[in-house]
Write a protein that binds this ligand. Structure first.
Ligand code: FAD
Ligand code: SIN
Length: 550
């Protein structure tokens, strides 16, 4: 029997009240809250439990805590960064709820860094008019992830299942399971170890699958960030928006390899200056806030300096600060650079921008509800309206913890009113498929897609380049479509299928936006071109007929 041989026997049947996909800050926080309300909750995660963007977050979590700061100022900074596309009620609500959610993290054991007087040592990042970033040195994400995982492990109502890759959502409408309104009723997930596809049933499903940085050749994101949740939602007809707004982080360590180690914006918050290869501190030429201008401005300035001079990178200079201060404040970054022969206190650091954050995603309201009943989205996968056209630094960990509370409440409400009847869900049909004997096709197409996005859909765009990208994405889609139906599925193929979908959504939105705003900058439509603020580009696919019918 498959279950006896199983590496990690599941509770059978795979029936839960709440099914959470993803074990980053959003999924773990929401699962804890659903379990606290008495709900039987499962967390599925496609790799090991800590592997997530959350685990690599450096700068910290934005929250008004100091008497020099106030909510209005945090709201204003968020709206200015978002360049007319934030939903102001959402911004106000998330900023206001921040302190109580931060207290909950502290109750779970999180210890934010403090200064010599015992007060929070608040960091500063681009676009923030005040010091307001709570942090645990430069390893805030890992500290949050550890605290949440510890709490989840102690909670008997939560099953956390690793190496389970969510493939597709199951909706009542698609399989005509009953006469009621279309809603989500479960999902199919590939057990990566046994290679079986399991059917999970739950009246409430939460997508907390994070962003899609891997769609670009150079990214700060770990391998898991392949946009799976956004693609899954889109395939069943759920609204997705603002996908053109991909945030590029200005300062990642330059290397000749593809991986990009982040050099936190907090380093500029402590006085680091960007210089071009002539040694000029160029940021004052681009923005009055110089090195602490919003991220889109800094990334574009670096891109422009690199293009003007043909330089492969810029320099980040914090040599004015002492080694002891830098080692204490940025231990991770200091050690990483030192392992490559760069001492932050004496050497300038070569930096380049890289894809970092997916501002758009699955549309939700302030209750984390999507356009499909029973389906909720929380964290980077979602587009709540907080970030608009450009996310303010350190607002995403905050959004995840606040929206986890809102989502858990909405789920409770939904489950209280839900019809408890168990539906018989159809099992996954694998058909007569073989193992692929040409893994090279998947590897090659991953590379081609990511290069195409980097070269044609990057920091500065043109309509011609976007159209070129669209043609190539279409070709890749056709090839992978055949592959998907003819060979046994495996994670790299599923991720590629999702990434192709994400790339198409980004290009569709970018082509539809006939202006430059926030992170979307096109030479063909400089400035706002009279396009009204609040002009979101929403994609509403026909259920079952998502892009390419994949
Ligand atoms: P993630 O933390 O990415 O978690 C997603 C989870 O979903 C993972 O467990 C993944 O394995 C799982 N998953 C994905 N697809 C599937 C699938 N198909 N099936 C099953 N499981 C799946 N933000 C800040 O606010 N402050 C910072 O200082 C900061 N620094 C950052 C530094 C780096 C290097 C990076 C990459 C990001 C940073 N961010 C920061 C952004 C922030 O970390 C993320 O936006 C946030 O952690 C996202 O949390 P999440 O729970 O939504 O997703
Ligand atoms: C950083 O530390 O620079 C990243 C912060 C963020 O992405 O919010």
């Amino acid at each position: 029997m498959a279950s006896q041989l199983h590496h990690n026997p599941y509770p059978m049947p795979l029936d839960f009240d709440v099914l959470v996909v993803g074990s980053g800050v959003a999924g773990l926080s929401l699962a804890l809250k659903a379990a606290a309300a008495g709900r039987r909750t499962a967390i599925l995660t496609k790799k090991t439990r800590a592997e997530s963007n959350t685990n690599y977050a450096q700068g910290g979590i934005a929250c008004v805590t100091s008497s020099a700061d106030d909510f209005e100022s945090h709201v204003r900074d968020t709206l200015v960064a978002g360049d007319g596309l934030c939903r102001e009620d959402v911004v106000r609500s998330i900023v206001r709820d921040a302190p109580v959610r931060i207290d909950e993290l502290i109750e779970l054991g999180l210890r934010f860094s403090r200064d010599a007087d015992g007060r929070y040592a608040l960091g500063r990042e681009g676009g923030h008019s005040e010091r307001r970033i709570l942090h645990v040195k430069d390893m805030t994400g890992k500290a949050i992830e550890d605290a949440l995982l510890h709490a989840v492990a102690e909670n008997p109502r939560i099953e956390l299942m690793e190496h389970l890759f969510a493939i597709d959502l199951i909706t009542s409408g698609k399989f005509a399971l009953d006469g009621g309104p279309n809603r989500v009723v479960g999902l199919y997930a590939l057990d990566v170890i046994s290679r079986r596809v399991e059917t999970f049933r739950a009246p409430a499903v939460v997508l907390s699958t994070g962003g899609a940085g891997q769609v670009y050749l150079y990214t700060t994101n770990p391998d898991i960030a392949t946009g799976d949740g956004i693609a899954m939602a889109y395939r069943v007809g759920v609204e997705v928006e603002n996908m053109e707004f991909v945030q590029f982080h200005p300062t990642t360590l330059y290397s000749t390899r593809h991986d990009r180690f982040l050099i936190s914006e907090a380093v500029r918050g402590e006085g680091a200056v960007l210089r071009n290869l002539k040694g000029e501190a160029f940021m004052p030429r681009y923005h009055p806030d110089a090195d602490l201008a919003p991220r889109d401005v800094v990334a574009r300035a670096i891109d422009s300096e690199m293009k003007m001079t043909g330089a492969p990178h810029m320099w980040l200079d914090i040599t004015g600060r002492s080694e002891s201060m830098l080692r204490d404040r940025f231990p991770l970054i200091f050690e990483h650079c030192l392992s490559l022969g760069l001492n932050l206190s004496t050497d300038q650091i070569p930096v380049v921008p890289a894809a970092h954050y997916t501002c758009g995603g699955v549309v939700t309201n302030l209750r984390a509800e999507t356009s499909l009943p029973g389906l909720f989205a929380c964290g980077e996968v979602a587009s709540t309206g907080l970030h608009g056209a450009n996310r303010l630094a350190s607002n995403s960990l905050l959004e995840a913890v606040v929206m986890a509370e809102q989502g858990a409440r909405a789920i409770e409400n939904y489950l209280t009113g839900a019809d408890g009847a168990r539906l018989d869900l159809p099992e996954w049909i694998s058909g007569n498929v073989d193992d692929s004997d040409e893994q090279v096709v998947i590897a090659h197409n991953w590379d081609e897609l990511r290069r195409t996005m980097w070269d044609y859909v990057g920091i500065v765009r043109t309509t011609k380049r976007l159209e070129r990208a669209q043609t190539r994405i279409g070709n890749l889609n056709r090839e992978i479509h055949d592959y998907y139906w003819n060979f046994r599925i495996e994670p790299r193929l599923l991720e590629l299928r999702n990434l192709i979908q994400i790339a198409d959504l980004i290009v569709q939105c970018a082509l539809a936006r006939k202006e430059s705003r926030g992170l979307h900058y096109t030479l063909d439509f400089p400035g706002n071109q009279g396009v009204p603020e609040d002009s979101r580009i929403t994609l509403e696919p026909v259920p079952g007929k998502g892009f390419g019918g994949l």
